[in-house]
Design a protein around this ligand. Structure first.
Ligand SMILES: NC(=O)c1ccc[n+]([C@@H]2O[C@H](COP(=O)([O-])OP(=O)(O)OC[C@H]3O[C@@H](n4cnc5c(N)ncnc54)[C@H](OP(=O)(O)O)[C@@H]3O)[C@@H](O)[C@H]2O)c1
Length: 260
């Protein structure tokens, strides 16, 4: 049986663990001094000493990045000689993880928030020589919480973080502004939220089910001289919305590079 040690089990680690425990038959142990609500069958220790002589096939880091340097080294001896390090931490490079454990395989997983309801998009990056077995195992775990995209460099993982990792934040902000604008047109807060979230959900589902491009879908809903055309002209008539989205992703990517 595959033995996995999850180091840190907070919001994201805990949500992923629930999906992993429900969809695999691996043996999971959590190392976290807090008292997380764990799925049945998962063991917990509060310190490395409590692990005794146990060894694990995978050590998955789900700590806040600023704690990794202090906490990870004590747990590394508990990884089997062929064991693999994985990490969901944003802003902590695979190269830094590998520096803690020279010669080890390292695979980063970059989930995004909807992973907590099984609808995330995770980026995966294998650093150095990683066996097919190990990358396949981490891929199966990542698929438990939604879709995956493999990238072949740490730089591309930073770019993916700017698009998908930070993406839920942009979407929440767009939704908030859309609801605020609906309220401004005279709707109550509740009605504005229902109108906006219902419109966005329906439009998203339609886009996912359709074979048409996003541009064609937009053209099909925009009659010349109509209300949608007037709204779109205000939104992006001179490409200002496109430019703002481009700047948003570039700013997030720049920050990811600074945090490396
Ligand atoms: N949340 C997201 O949307 C998201 C998305 C992508 C990636 N990530 C990454 O996921 C990682 C975890 O984020 P999170 O939101 O789950 O953070 P979190 O809720 O703070 O979880 C971290 C957990 O680690 C525990 N911990 C603290 N010190 C420890 C130690 N010495 N040994 C073992 N465990 C310890 C914390 O316990 P205490 O609470 O008691 O300190 C907490 O339960 C971060 O690196 C983040 O970059 C998060």
């Amino acid at each position: 049986m595959t033995k996995i040690l999850l180091l840190g089990c907070g919001n994201m680690g805990g949500a992923l663990l629930k999906a992993w425990a429900a969809n695999t038959d691996h043996e999971f142990t959590v190392a976290d001094p807090a008292n997380p609500d764990l799925p049945e069958g998962v063991s917990q220790v509060g310190s490395v000493e409590e692990l005794g002589e146990q060894v694990f096939d995978y050590l998955i880091v789900a700590l806040k990045p600023q704690l990794i340097d202090d906490v990870l080294p004590a747990y590394l001896p508990r990884l089997s000689p062929s064991g693999v390090i994985s990490s969901i931490a944003a802003g902590y490079s695979a190269a830094k993880l590998a520096a803690h454990a020279p010669g080890r395989s390292v695979i980063r997983i970059m989930p995004n928030l909807p992973a907590v309801i099984g609808k995330g998009v995770s980026g995966l990056y294998a650093h150095g020589a990683v066996s097919e077995n190990a990358s396949g195992e981490i891929e199966r775990l990542a698929l438990c919480s939604g879709e995956i995209v493999w990238v072949d460099s740490e730089d591309m993982l930073d770019r993916l973080t700017a698009v998908a990792g930070s993406g839920p934040g942009y979407v929440f902000e767009m939704l908030r502004a859309y609801v605020e604008a609906a309220e401004n047109l005279g709707f109550s807060e509740k009605d504005a939220k229902n109108l906006v979230l219902g419109t966005v959900r329906g439009t998203l589902e339609l886009a996912l089910q359709s074979d048409l491009s996003l541009e064609d879908l937009r053209k099909n809903v925009t009659s010349k001289g109509g209300t949608t055309a007037a709204g779109l002209d205000a939104l992006n008539g001179k490409g200002e919305f496109s430019a703002q989205i481009r700047d948003t992703l570039e700013a997030a990517y720049k920050r990811a590079v600074e945090l490396r």
